[in-house]
Design a protein around this ligand. Structure first.
Ligand code: HMG
Ligand code: MG
Length: 316
């Protein structure tokens, strides 16, 4: 299979961690409920393709996200079948947890890595969490405290960092204030979400600079781009230039958010890998295996992958 010609840019990092969200952010947005066996095979294939972190599912209310209602069974399958183990290494498989009920369910299953998900805007906090902007912290505080006491690693997402479908522009200061409050609860990493894909590179640079100014270095930050307006790779480059080294992406470009209609797929992992490898940046990902996985998944879902790289390499 074709590979990009490598022309290294010495001003960019030498290695990037790709945080794969396809099984969670991708499948939560499918109209069809994907069978557990298909999800398990998807996880296995992603691990075998070299992804270093694979977000597996969500312990949210099953009525809110029926596509992931089998979360407990999937986590059991991961443990029983060793789906997170390959070549002697164990790949972290975080799950989304919004509240203490979700945490209890995760603890019962022996989960080690969770992610909470907050909103930078009032409207999305209401729509996604049934809480006001302030109430979300009341929900997260005991969740994170207890998770940390149990020795779990906690990531914190923040949604609507670059724009909100109901509120329009979102001020950088508002995002930083919410992000800092979330991070200070005890998270190890803050993932800045462009939930509806409206961000542009200058905005990315400004937001990162504002976070740095507020005391959060780029080593504490990850970027989570959706590709709705085709800006995800440009935005990735802006964040790389600023020194960010963790990027969320979804195999084949699956994804969206069921509570934000204008959200389409995440940045496709293949598109990200092609660019990073061309820049001489190491990811540990085997692009051939990943493309084969997304072609297989497209067959399972009955529709082609929206990823440009998947289509270029696999011929549609
Ligand atoms: P609520 O209705 O306010 O919940 O929902 P509640 O606390 O009032 O409890 C009501 C009932 O739900 C109770 O049961 C609870 O036990 C139960 P009852 O006593 O009536 O029998 N319950 C639960 N059951 C199972 N698991 C739970 C749970 N919690 C309560 N965890 C809640 C509040 C947060 C649960 C709800 O709003 C919810 O599940 N929201 C999730 C929405 C979601 O998953 N969105 C997609 C993920 S976010 C995203 O995609 C963005 C991201 O990718 C970044 C980006 O792109 O920006 C991360
Ligand atoms: Mg998302």
């Amino acid at each position: 299979m074709r590979t990009p010609q490598v022309v290294r840019d010495p001003s960019l990092p030498e290695r990037v961690t790709i945080y794969e969200v396809g099984p969670r952010d991708g499948l939560q947005n499918e109209s069809a409920v994907v069978p557990l066996e298909t999800k398990a095979a998807f996880l296995r294939r992603l691990v075998e393709a070299g992804l270093p972190v694979v977000e597996a599912t969500s312990f949210v209310h099953p009525k809110w996200v029926p596509q992931l209602a089998d979360a407990a069974d999937l986590v059991d399958a991961i443990a029983e079948r060793g789906l997170d183990r390959v070549d002697g290494r164990t790949v972290p498989m975080p799950v989304l947890v919004p509240n203490e009920r979700g945490l209890d369910r995760a603890l019962e299953r022996g989960v080690r890595h969770i992610a909470i998900f907050g909103s930078a805007t009032e409207t999305f906090a209401q729509r996604n969490l049934n809480r006001s902007l302030d109430e979300q912290f009341t929900m997260f505080e005991p969740t994170v405290r207890r998770a940390r006491e149990a020795g779990m690693d906690v990531r914190a997402y923040i949604s609507m960092c670059f724009g909100d479908p109901w509120e329009g522009d979102v001020p950088v200061d508002q995002v930083v204030s919410v992000g800092k409050r979330l991070f200070d609860l005890g998270a190890s990493q803050l993932s800045l979400g462009d939930t509806i894909g409206v961000g542009t590179p200058g905005h990315v640079a400004a937001l990162l600079a504002a976070f740095n100014e507020a005391g959060l270095p780029n080593t504490d930050l990850a970027m989570h781009f959706h590709d709705t307006y085709g800006q995800a790779l440009s935005n990735t480059q802006a964040a790389l230039r600023a020194g960010v080294t963790t990027f969320d992406a979804s195999a084949g470009g699956l994804g969206g958010c069921p509570y934000a209609e204008s959200a389409t797929g995440n940045l496709a992992t293949e598109d990200l890998v092609w660019m990073l490898h061309g820049l001489g940046i190491d990811t540990g990902v085997d692009l051939d295996r990943l493309v084969a996985t997304s072609v297989w998944m497209a067959g399972q879902l009955g529709r082609p992958s929206p990823s440009r790289v998947v289509n270029a390499l696999a011929g549609g």
